[in-house]
Design a protein around this ligand. Structure first.
Ligand code: SF4
Ligand code: SF4
Length: 355
């Protein structure tokens, strides 16, 4: 792996050059918050942004996406046939994604790209994207990435990792895709010989600033049924208003619903984000709902992220410690507290009132 040096004076000209080969996307401030947006007309990514309010998952997995078009007009040759919607999968580069969000795509891929099933929409969008990450120098108090299998300079899921070294960036090239992006930008100055030690020192300093942690070491060995029946779920779920903010803001939540929307004789088959926190998500056609109360739904969210995922994939928890759900939950339900309760759980013989 090679590390190069990008003078900040060469940053904007390089992005301008790269924009001839890639559609550029980066964090942009709109009113009070940052979000990932296309960088058009020379717009620059705001790399002072600690992180975007919503995760960048929508860049690969839009909140609403047309999969197919159809017509019910029997006068048409193709009536009642699904036609795949045309999409633009030309190369794009996301500049300034944080390591936690890049790692989140790796976890989500485990669901959308299995030996049996592949989601072609998610995969094509993911594969056409080059991920240019930015190491975090000032993690915030709700970040707990280092105990969630990630870290402020974590490299998994990235093609290039940038580190802000004052008047220049150090760019660690992690994949061929990353090398192609840097070539397109015309950045090729070799970094000083001690660049890797500099990066390692920056990583240690940033990791030392993380003050928030979760314990996960017992999760795998805990019996599923005991944890499911624990009495603490009543306390954990008490304040929840099932608003879905935690799941919509989370980079690792992937639930969706498919709906046909017809107007007149034309229609589209849509894939829309959904949430395990909504009662309709599991409502059966019969009227039965296996997760009919908020206790069921809150328990499902935490059991999925912190137990079922751990058991199924043996790759840690389905959370990268970005802290968004901690910051945004209107009633302060905190995954760190719940994770530590689950991890420290010892069956008492007392079961949760609602099975
Ligand atoms: S953000 Fe908080 S209140 Fe809203 S669904 Fe999630 S846990 Fe419940
Ligand atoms: S901290 Fe919350 S929002 Fe961030 S990855 Fe974990 S569960 Fe998702």
């Amino acid at each position: 792996m090679k590390t190069i040096k990008i003078e900040k004076s060469q940053w904007a000209p390089g992005l301008e050059k790269a924009s001839k080969a890639f559609r550029l996307i980066g964090p942009v401030k709109e009113k009070e918050f940052h979000s990932f947006k296309p960088l058009t007309n020379g717009a620059q990514p705001d790399l002072t942004c600690l992180n975007t309010r919503l995760s960048p998952k929508s860049l690969v997995y839009p909140q609403s996406e047309v999969m197919f078009n159809y017509s019910l007009d029997e006068g048409r040759e193709d009536h009642h046939r699904m036609t795949e919607a045309a999409k633009d999968y030309s190369p794009q580069a996301v500049i300034g994604i944080r390591p936690c969000d890049a790692k989140a795509f790796v976890l989500v891929r485990m669901n959308f790209d299995t030996p049996e099933y592949q989601d072609p929409y998610w995969l094509r969008a993911y594969e056409s994207t080059t991920w240019i990450g930015l190491g975090c120098t000032s993690p915030c108090s709700s970040c707990f990435c280092t105990s969630a299998g990630c870290g402020p300079y974590h490299e998994e899921g990235l093609d290039v990792l940038l580190a802000d070294a004052g008047d220049h960036y150090l760019a660690r090239i992690l994949t061929d895709k990353g090398a192609r992006f840097l070539d397109a930008a015309g950045w090729k100055t070799a970094a000083a010989k001690d660049a890797d030690q500099t990066l390692a020192a920056m990583r240690r300093t940033a990791e030392g600033k993380i003050t928030s942690f979760v314990q996960t070491d017992n999760l795998k060995s805990l019996p599923n049924n005991d944890l499911y029946s624990a009495t603490f779920w009543e306390d954990v779920s008490f304040a929840c208003i099932n608003c879905g903010t935690c799941t919509y803001s989370c980079p690792t939540c992937w639930c969706f619903d498919i709906q046909d929307e017809t107007r007149g004789t034309s229609g589209v088959r849509m894939k829309n984000w959904d949430s395990c926190m909504y009662p309709l998500f599991t409502l059966h056609g019969s009227g039965h709902n296996p997760r009919g109360t908020k206790l069921h739904r809150v328990r499902q969210r935490f059991m999925h992220k912190l137990k079922y995922f751990v058991d199924k994939y043996d790759r840690g928890i389905q959370c990268v410690g970005c802290g968004r759900c901690v910051r945004l939950c209107p009633v302060n339900i905190d995954i760190r507290r719940v994770c530590n309760m689950m991890n420290g759980f010892a069956a008492s013989g007392e079961a949760c009132a609602i099975e």
